[in-house]
Structure formats: structure tokens, C-alpha cells
Design a protein around this ligand. Structure first.
Ligand code: KIV
Ligand code: ZN
Length: 386
């Protein structure tokens, strides 16, 4: 397959890594509804579940495979035959199936999770890829805990699984351990030292334990990875996964990176709401791109600058991500310009002297309550004119 060298493939794992979060479990119908929205959003791959883990997950992979046409449907396995058999079975209706198999790559995982040796793990990795290849052409291999793995061993593993037929190799920072330059250097090392690296796409899969998941993913892309694994709202194990909306908007905002996706970003706000509602998982108001405050301006200095030219304080237009509109929130930190903006909007055209008086009364009121609404403003004007 010929790949556009600048295209970044978006691999969504909201329904697998995201759905693992306690309290976020979905039934099959809910997963199908989200998967259809992910398809409209334009994701390239949907990780639909871990079929061997439960009958519910198995069934979801079947139903998603039937419901979705364009994205690749991917099923997770461990590196053993039974997991792979079950995943292949669950993927039987997928138009574009992918098996995502893998094993621990760090010495810590090799010793303390598998009680094994590097040689044995390497053999199991290669065997799993070869075995999965009997079922489907498209095999993604994950080198779990690659973020803490010895780089020479990781390179050896990557080379071996590509030789065995892996089409995509995922380098997860499973524990969210790396710094962006460390993670970026890891990807670069693999690109420069694994001789068959161009036969596969390198994928980044970062966790947010230190709040670096998005930064690490971008560092990986800057160093040659071309698939990013992410979730809507950044949900996922522990502190979460890389947030899709952040990565996509970074690539759009920083055109100098020369990378693009086929995501329709104007759908982010809607799908973010769908995921938060279905999963019962609130989004923090200050969450980038989709948080409730992402486009609201509250301090007087910012409001004044915004009203003069919104680009003073807006690097993304709300409509670019489907957000209803920017808001000027009235608080005790607001200035006259913001108050006038809202009074004008409500049809109260006040001369400067009147505005000054109403502004003083507004500050007194704003000091005594959390936020000022339209009703409060109408009352202030009515009192002033009385
Ligand atoms: O974080 C991780 O390493 C994973 C793998 C199963 C891909 O989620
Ligand atoms: Zn993960």
C-alpha cells in the first residue's frame, strides 16, 4: 500500500482503552451509536474491543463490524492463540479487519509480569504475529511498556515483528512515563535503526499519568510515527489516553508540522457530548478544545482584547470544533467593555455616564454572586432608569 507521507492515521480507542475505565462501560447499542459518529468524524481505525475479555465485548466487535463501513475495525488480543482465534471470529463481518496483538517489551514487564526472558518474549511476539496473519492481512503489534523498554531490545522486537508480517507497530508509553523528547527520540531511533521499518506504520499510544500524553504523541509524530492512538475527551486507563481533539487541532493549528488527518473537526463538540453522556464521565471545564470554558473569556483585560479583535485571545474559532460560540462571562473581574457588549445585546444602549453608574452597581452585585445573567442585567438597568 502507498501511504501519503504526511497523513496521520487516527486510531480511536474510546471503545477499548476508554471503555476500560470504571463506570464507563457501555452496552453494544451505545457502542454502535458512538462508532457511527466516529465514522462520520472520519477516524481511520476504530478499536472496537478486546473480544476474549467478555461475551459483551465479543458481541460488540461483531455488531460494530456490521454497522461500520469505512474505518478499519480492530480487535485487541494478547500474544496467544486463543485470544487471536476469538478476535478473528469476532471480526468475521468486518469489511476491513485488523488484529492488534502484542506483549510486554520492558524488562520490568518481562520479569514481573511474564516471569520470562527477552528471548522467549521475542519468540512469542513473532509467533503471535504469524498466527494472526493466518486470519487477516492487517496486523498491528503493540510492544507494551515500550516507554520504559531498553531501546536496543525494542528495535530488535520491532524488526522481528515486521519481518513476521506486522503492518503497524505500536510503541505504547503504557505508563505515561516518558518526557516528550525521550519519547520522540525513541521513535527516531527506531526509524533510523530498524532496517525494515518502512514496511510498517509506526503508531504512538500514550497515557497521561504525567499529563504528557498529547505532547508525547506529537513528539512521536514529529519523529516519524504516522498513526496516533487516542480517545474522545482523553478518557482511558488511570489518567487517560491522548485526547483526539487535542492532537487533531494541534496538527491543524501548527501547519508548519506539515501533517494532516482526515478528521472533520467540526464534529468534536457533538461527539464529546455524546461520549460524556453515554459514559457518564464529565469533562473538566478547562479541558482543551471541548471543555465548557474552552471558549469563554472572563477577565476584563481578555474580554476587552477579545471584543476589539477576537484573535487577540482565540487561536481556534469555536465553530472550527463545532462549539456553539465564544462567551463573554460577566464576573466581578469584567470591565466596562464586556458589560456594554451584553447591555447592547439586550437592547440597552446607554450613554457613557449612565454606563459608568450601572457598571459600579454591576460590580457590587458581581462581588456578591457567582455569575451575572441577563435577568440581573435587565434589573440593573431598570433600577437605574427608575
Ligand atoms: O497502554 C497500552 O500499552 C495498551 C496496549 C494494550 C496497546 O493499551
Ligand atoms: Zn493503553
Amino acid at each position: 500500500m502507498i501511504h501519503d507521507p504526511n497523513k496521520v492515521y487516527i486510531f480511536d480507542t474510546t471503545l477499548r482503552d476508554g471503555e476500560q475505565v470504571p463506570g464507563c462501560q457501555l452496552d453494544t447499542n451505545q457502542k454502535v451509536e458512538i462508532a457511527k459518529s466516529l465514522e462520520l468524524l472520519g477516524v481511520d481505525v476504530i478499536e472496537a474491543g478486546f473480544p476474549v475479555s467478555s461475551p459483551g465485548d465479543f458481541n460488540s466487535v461483531i455488531e460494530l463490524s456490521k454497522a461500520v463501513t469505512n474505518p478499519i475495525i480492530c480487535a485487541l488480543t494478547r500474544a496467544n492463540k486463543n485470544d487471536i482465534d476469538v478476535a478473528a471470529d469476532a471480526l468475521r463481518y468486518a469489511k476491513r479487519p485488523r488484529i492488534h496483538t502484542g506483549i510486554g517489551a520492558s524488562d520490568f514487564h518481562i520479569k514481573h509480569k511474564f516471569n520470562s526472558t527477552r528471548e522467549d518474549i521475542l519468540e512469542r511476539a513473532v509467533d503471535a504475529v504469524k498466527y494472526a496473519k493466518k486470519y487477516v492481512e492487517d496486523i498491528e503489534f503493540y510492544a507494551e511498556d515500550a516507554g520504559r523498554a531498553d531501546i536496543e531490545f525494542l528495535a530488535k522486537m520491532v524488526e522481528a515483528v515486521i519481518a513476521a508480517g506486522a503492518t503497524v507497530v505500536n510503541i505504547p508509553d503504557t505508563n505515561g512515563y516518558c518526557l516528550p523528547d525521550q519519547y520522540g527520540s525513541k521513535i527516531l531511533f527506531l526509524k533510523e535503526n530498524v532496517k525494515n521499518i518502512d514496511n510498517a506504520i509506526i503508531s504512538v499510544h500514550c497515557h497521561n499519568d504525567l499529563g504528557l500524553a498529547t505532547a508525547n504523541s506529537i513528539a512521536g509524530l514529529q519523529n516519524g510515527a504516522r498513526q496516533v492512538e487516542c480517545t474522545i475527551n482523553g478518557i482511558g486507563e488511570r489518567a487517560g489516553n491522548t485526547s483526539m481533539e487535542e492532537v487533531v487541532m494541534i496538527l491543524k493549528t501548527h501547519k508548519v508540522l506539515g501533517l494532516n488527518t482526515q478528521i472533520d473537526a467540526t464534529r468534536f463538540y457533538e461527539i464529546s457530548h455524546m461520549v460524556r453522556n453515554q459514559m457518564n464521565m464529565p469533562v473538566q471545564p478547562n479541558k482543551a478544545i471541548v471543555g465548557g470554558n474552552a471558549f469563554s473569556h472572563s477577565s476584563g483585560i481578555h474580554q476587552d482584547g477579545f471584543l476589539k479583535n477576537r484573535e487577540n485571545y482565540e487561536i481556534i474559532r469555536p465553530e472550527d470544533v463545532g462549539f456553539p460560540d465564544a462567551t463573554i462571562v460577566l464576573t466581578a473581574r469584567s470591565g466596562r467593555h464586556a458589560l456594554k457588549h451584553h447591555l447592547d445585546r439586550l437592547g440597552h444602549k446607554l450613554e457613557k455616564d449612565h454606563l459608568d453608574i450601572v457598571y459600579k452597581q454591576f460590580l457590587v452585585l458581581a462581588d456578591s454572586k457567582q455569575g451575572i445573567n441577563d435577568h440581573d442585567l435587565n434589573q440593573l438597568v431598570a433600577l437605574h432608569l427608575a
